[in-house]
Write a protein that binds this ligand. Structure first.
Ligand code: AMP
Ligand code: MG
Length: 337
């Protein structure tokens, strides 16, 4: 009897807490789970959207995973021609348009090289010069034929949406949140952060930027409003041979890992897919080309970046320069561009 009363009191108290939280919008709804090969965590204020967001992310993960025999990308790579669902259609369309604007540094047909280096299996291998030449010849997004609901690729061409999948998921999550009762949300999709609405205390969101040498820590913080923040860095996946590090971000022109003195690139944009594609592309193109790219279009599109080089220089674009704070203990030279 005592137990039952205690149980009822607990249940009522829980209900009151839930009602109070829902009314004040103070206590967020949260969820943590594994998807797209990474750990994700969702925090939503003022409404319940976590389960819808989670199932959307899982659905997109299953569509885009090139290693999963049931995915649409696997089917395209195997059959060379396939009908595709509206999400795959939309992402391939956006990604191909971005390929066309990123001077060959971003290419969604990089998959044969990703496979050969062993980044999908962990069975790493360094292809010899002749093999690299052949792999680089296979990478060419202009060979992808895409018409509404359908994709065809020639023999030898294989798709990899790994550089844009999380950005697209972030974009879709923001769309879902706009249709929900939620007032604010912070979605950490593993290196890609989606921010929605306005926090209950009206302060800006504060996002930590991972330290590539200690990815559990942050070298700095960015105050920002709604949008998507995508970071690319070699530290996310790499192997070492004879003291040299080989990373998972490849230069499509050579089929070799990018190796140009950049440790990480963070891009901020209101377009999730573009933020994700650009963080990968700027990483590959290197600092000088990234700066040129910023002056010739990137800036007018309202996008910003933070680039960390291996000499401890941090290049921050003027649109976010005043919103960036270096974390305690870091002595990087912060340069406004
Ligand atoms: P991200 O972490 O967003 O920079 O994406 C890296 C992933 O995208 C890699 O694991 C590859 O699957 C794929 N990838 C690597 N290099 C490129 C590239 N230059 N263009 C497009 N996708 C790439
Ligand atoms: Mg990317």
């Amino acid at each position: 009897m005592k137990k039952t009363v205690k149980g009822v009191i607990c249940a009522v108290m829980l209900l009151i807490t839930v009602i109070l939280s829902a009314c004040s919008g103070m206590k967020p709804e949260t969820a943590s789970f594994e998807a797209m090969d990474t750990l994700m965590s969702l925090t939503v204020y003022g409404g319940e959207a976590c389960s819808q967001l989670k199932s959307e992310i899982n659905k997109l993960g299953s569509l885009f995973d090139a290693t999963d025999e049931d995915s649409e990308i696997y089917r395209i790579n195997r059959d060379k021609s396939a009908e595709i669902s509206s999400d795959t259609d939309r992402l391939i369309g956006k990604a191909l348009a971005l390929c066309g604007r990123l001077d060959g540094y971003f290419d969604i047909t990089v998959y044969p090289a990703v496979l050969e280096w062993g980044f999908t299996t962990g069975k790493y291998d360094i292809p010899d010069k002749a093999a690299l030449k052949k792999l680089a010849e296979k990478i060419d997004y202009s060979r992808v034929e895409h018409s509404e609901g359908h994709v065809t690729v020639p023999d030898g061409t294989m798709l990899d949406l790994g550089a844009v999948a999380k950005g697209y998921a972030a974009e879709r999550c923001l769309e879902i949140l706009r249709d929900s009762k939620a007032t604010a949300a912070v979605l950490n999709l593993g290196g890609t952060i989606a921010l929605y609405g306005e926090k209950p205390d009206k302060t800006p969101f504060k996002v930590g930027i991972a330290d590539p040498e200690n990815p559990a820590g942050y070298f700095g913080y960015l105050s920002c409003g709604e949008g998507v923040i995508s970071t690319s860095g070699g530290y996310e996946r790499y192997f070492e041979r004879d003291g040299k590090r080989y990373i998972h971000i490849l230069d499509p022109k050579t089929a070799e890992p990018a190796d140009n003195g950049i440790l990480s690139v963070t891009v901020i944009s209101d377009d999730g897919t573009a933020a994700d594609a650009l963080s990968t592309a700027l990483f590959v193109m290197g600092l000088n080309k990234a700066l040129d790219h910023y002056k010739n279009g990137f800036k007018s599109d309202g996008r910003d970046f933070i680039i960390l080089t291996d000499s401890g220089e941090l290049y921050v674009t003027e649109g976010i320069y005043d919103d960036f704070t270096l974390a305690e203990g870091y002595d990087y030279k912060v340069i406004k561009v």
